[in-house]
Design a protein around this ligand. Structure first.
Ligand code: AMP
Length: 172
């Protein structure tokens, strides 16, 4: 079993609802347990166009391989109706595999750690919230100019057996 961290982002339709739906689906992946999820955050689009993004990061414990987990993430993106009409298009749901244990992976379809994660406040802040040991202060400082707001935390009754640390940001 390996600890893996996945970043979620959405900026089309009801983005918060899509992110909450995706977290619930991640909890149901085969050979996988959802250990923790961050608050929801609202951020400016980076490398993308359209409305603000809703973001979160989850921690998983999984017996899936990294490539198997990526396949599951891509399946969820498809289920959420993601289309890729052009580069940087707004997205219904974007799921990125940030970390897979301490593995370093460079294959044609998968780079881990995610190559752009250190440039993005919308990844580092939620990751630091649930896994402070995986982010250092200098990394947070490097992205502090990026606009990002943590949304109010609220326990989510529908969460499957994910433990007390798994809470959802509530949009008010
Ligand atoms: P995106 O437009 O961000 O969804 O990028 C998806 C593409 O990035 C797919 O072709 C993936 O195979 C590739 N990719 C490479 N590394 C990763 C990663 N760590 N997490 C998610 N997608 C990745």
């Amino acid at each position: 079993m390996v600890s893996a961290y996945v970043a979620l982002g959405a900026n089309l339709g009801d983005a918060a609802a899509t992110v909450r739906w995706a977290i619930e689906r991640l909890a149901l992946l085969p050979k996988t347990t959802l250990l923790a999820c961050s608050s929801l955050y609202r951020s400016d689009p980076v490398d993308a166009v359209g409305p603000d993004f809703i973001n979160a990061v989850v921690a998983l414990r999984t017996a899936l391989s990294a490539i198997g987990l990526l396949g599951e993430l891509q399946g969820l993106e498809q289920l959420a109706g993601r289309e890729r009409p052009y580069h940087h298009a707004p997205r219904t749901l974007d799921l990125d595999l940030l970390l897979y244990g301490n593995d370093q992976i460079e294959s044609p379809g998968l780079s881990v750690p995610h190559p752009r994660m250190l440039q993005r406040a919308f990844v580092l802040l939620p990751l630091a919230e649930i896994a402070p040991h995986r982010v250092v202060a200098a990394q947070l400082q490097a992205v502090q100019s990026q606009r990002i707001n943590r949304l109010e935390r609220q326990a989510h009754a529908g969460m499957p057996d994910a433990g007390p640390r798994c809470c959802m940001g509530a949009l008010s």
